[in-house]
Design a protein around this ligand. Structure first.
Ligand code: B12
Length: 226
């Protein structure tokens, strides 16, 4: 069964009310299961370009009583969950365990490729975008043909993203998670704590979408458990 025409546009409009956008999607191959024990025929990825959801999240946060362990995840599940209910979809989250292959899905959905930092490089948003959830459907969606997006890292000769971290956490060997964490938590980590990852900020692309310092500080605090 193919989804009714116009449904994707209505979903996009509903998400936009919270600063969220659709990040493409695809139909699963026959027999391909998106998660253990669950079937679906298609997926739409939900995410953000720049920090557009931030003011919506803050307004919601002010109304919550007490401490919430992972407030951005909770907010995302709530608002994307409401859209899922309206449109007969099931919602999954990037923080659901076992982890779902969000980046692999995003590569299929939008033809993106990873930057040297592991974050996917977007031709318009650069490194300043993320995924907040996905909608799983029991029917197929008529997606436009998706080719590979322009990969800006191919043309970037200087690779400043690999030269700005004081502990060289990112390299061709991958992400030295423990070195990054120790530095961010330590005495010299204040620039990363207050302004975000220095390597990510060194990327010359998508700078119009760069998250404001307070948003970067929020994500860094969540990452480093501060
Ligand atoms: C675990 C995890 C981490 C671990 C990575 C540990 C490791 N070496 O695997 C840690 C805690 C280090 C991490 C850090 C960050 N992460 Co992270 N992370 C995840 C998470 C929750 C699961 C990854 C996973 O195992 N998936 C399961 C596998 C099967 O799926 P996959 O698509 O094949 O996974 C790919 C990733 O694992 C990737 N990968 C491997 N190592 C690393 C390291 C980094 C830093 C990144 C970005 C990707 C990455 O390679 C896989 C193949 O493509 C994903 C969300 C998700 N569900 O995928 C976010 C995710 C990959 N992270 C993301 C981001 C942005 C970050 C940060 C850069 C920023 C932040 N959240 O603070 C930080 C880096 C810290 C810094 N210096 O700023 C984004 C990337 C968005 C994008 N535009 O591509 C995701 C998709 C979350 C989201 N909500 O959008 N992350």
């Amino acid at each position: 069964m193919i989804a009714p025409a116009g449904r994707v546009d209505r979903i996009a409009a509903a998400l936009l009310a919270d600063g969220l956008i659709l990040r493409g999607g695809f139909n699963f191959a026959p027999g391909e299961a998106p998660t253990t024990g669950a079937s679906a025929r298609s997926v739409l990825l939900v995410g953000q370009a720049g920090a557009a959801p931030w003011p919506h999240f803050l307004r919601w946060r002010e109304k919550q009583l007490g401490t919430i362990a992972n407030p951005l995840d909770t907010w995302s599940r709530e608002v994307i969950g409401a859209v899922a209910e309206t449109f007969g979809a099931r919602v999954v989250s990037p923080s659901d365990k076992p982890y779902l292959p969000f980046q692999q899905w995003a590569m299929r959905a939008e033809g993106l490729r990873p930057s040297p930092l592991g974050i996917l490089m977007h031709p318009r948003y650069g490194l300043w975008h993320a995924y907040r959830g996905a909608l799983l459907f029991e029917d197929e969606i008529a997606f436009p043909e998706q080719g590979e997006a322009v990969h800006l890292c191919d043309a970037c000769v200087g690779k400043p993203c690999l030269k700005s971290c004081p502990v060289d956490a990112y390299s061709s060997q991958g992400f030295a998670y423990q070195s990054c964490l120790a530095h961010v938590r330590g005495a010299d980590g204040e620039p990363c704590r207050s302004g975000g990852c220095l390597d990510r900020n060194a990327c010359p692309y998508g700078t119009d979408y760069r998250y404001p310092r307070e948003v970067q500080a929020f994500h860094m605090a969540a990452f480093a458990g501060l």
